[in-house]
Design a protein around this ligand. Sequence first.
Ligand SMILES: NC(=O)c1ccc[n+]([C@@H]2O[C@H](COP(=O)([O-])OP(=O)(O)OC[C@H]3O[C@@H](n4cnc5c(N)ncnc54)[C@H](O)[C@@H]3O)[C@@H](O)[C@H]2O)c1
Length: 310
Amino acid sequence: MKVTVVGAGNVGATCADILAYREIANEVVLIDIKEGVAEGKALDIWQKAPIDLYDTRTVGVTSDYSRTAGSDVVVITSGLPRKPGMTRDDLIETNAGIVKSVTEQIVAQSPDAIIIVVSNPLDVMTYQAHISSKLPRTKVMGMAGILDTARYRAFLAQELNVSPKDIQAVLLGGHGDTMVPLPRYTTVGGIPVTELIDADKLDAIIERTKFGGGELVKLMGTSAWYAPGSAAAQMVEAIVRDQRRVFPVCIRLDGEYGIENCYLGVPVILGKNGVEKVIELALNDDEMELLRTSRDHVIDVMNVLDRLGK
Ligand SMILES: NC(=O)c1ccc[n+]([C@@H]2O[C@H](COP(=O)([O-])OP(=O)(O)OC[C@H]3O[C@@H](n4cnc5c(N)ncnc54)[C@H](O)[C@@H]3O)[C@@H](O)[C@H]2O)c1
């Protein structure tokens, strides 16, 4: 299996490293526009192979898309990250241009690739990649839900002093402050979380999760990369190994949850064909209301993209 990661910055290089050392692909191509950066990082990852004992070939290239030809999966991380004081939506104009041009060049070389978008604003960059790729919706998806859910699970594990491995949860909606938490679907070793934690503590964790990305931007002056890189690699793994994992993934909704033509995070089954199935949960009125608010926010940003002329 061949996987290309576009953008050799913090998230892209982290993702490529995980794909290599976990041998998720036979070959990983890292591509960037900054001369030498992708080559250097790919070489560094390859020089780690004798230490960490893996065979994945890692190749770095500057803007030469011919080297990405025949990729099975492509992860798009190219674009500006947030700086303190910025929202993800502030990145739209610059990143839309980048995602459009990258997607067109990727699809020209790898018409059968499945595309995972990471660049922000995530839901709308997935929209951009989808229209630029002209691929079916099941083959163009965004990574956000695994990360948001992981943050929520990590905070819960810390609060309850249990293993993060035992916390199962799902968050829906857009990647941002309007994400939709579902405590009803959160369990700790099979036990509903509401039996183990006070409502006010759970609310505080949900609030922290909503602003989890911003918390890190404030601390580091740029956005996170370890968990985002890992989350993208986990999606690649589910696809290349046809694992049929159940993850929250951003995809265009075509009537699911009563929502049309909007890119939102929902639980899906992820396998060799990309999104194998969108899972529709029976949301209660409050949850549905939150999902509609999230939809309205994403549609506002999609409209901004439409006005920019994508
Ligand atoms: N979806 C998520 O949950 C999530 C999480 C973290 C970061 N992000 C987003 O991912 C993106 C990357 O973040 P980062 O921290 O890796 O940023 P970064 O600045 O470290 O890396 C971005 C890289 O993209 C490259 N690039 C720019 N234009 C390019 C082009 N046209 N072709 C190829 N490469 C190009 C840059 O040279 C740079 O190396 C940002 O938009 C960020 O907001 C999303």
